[in-house]
Design a protein around this ligand. Structure first.
Ligand SMILES: CC(C)(COP(=O)(O)OP(=O)(O)OC[C@H]1O[C@@H](n2cnc3c(N)ncnc32)[C@H](O)[C@@H]1OP(=O)(O)O)[C@@H](O)C(=O)NCCC(=O)NCCS
Length: 75
């Protein structure tokens, strides 16, 4: 069974945004995933976070329309 990597909390310091940094980080994550022979990278973002959605979609990430995700909070 192949690995699935979870990409959490992608963040670029505000002063360095809109210079392609996140794109480079996503490229590095994809390269790392390929070198570990992973099947895919998964991530989640807030429904309101349209900049992040544009970023991911521009880098080939597809929004999952087929599954609902559930969380049981234990706090
Ligand atoms: C989302 C975030 C990581 C983008 O980082 P960044 O280094 O500014 O992004 P880049 O410069 O690499 O932009 C790449 C693409 O992202 C999209 N994008 C980035 N900022 C955007 C904005 N404010 N509005 C719309 N699209 C945006 C564009 O598609 C852009 O491609 P383009 O330059 O060809 O137009 C950054 O804004 C951030 O750290 N935000 C706070 C944390 C966060 O929301 N992280 C995502 C959690 S899921």
């Amino acid at each position: 069974m192949k690995r699935v990597w979870v990409l959490n909390d992608l963040f670029v310091e505000e002063a360095y945004r809109n210079r392609g940094m996140a794109g480079l980080l996503l490229n590095a994550a994809a390269e790392f995933a390929k070198t570990t022979d992973a099947a895919r990278i998964i991530l989640a973002t807030q429904a309101s976070n349209t900049p992040a959605q544009s970023l991911y979609e521009s880098r080939g990430y597809c929004r999952d329309e087929a599954f609902y995700h559930y969380t049981l909070s234990l706090a």
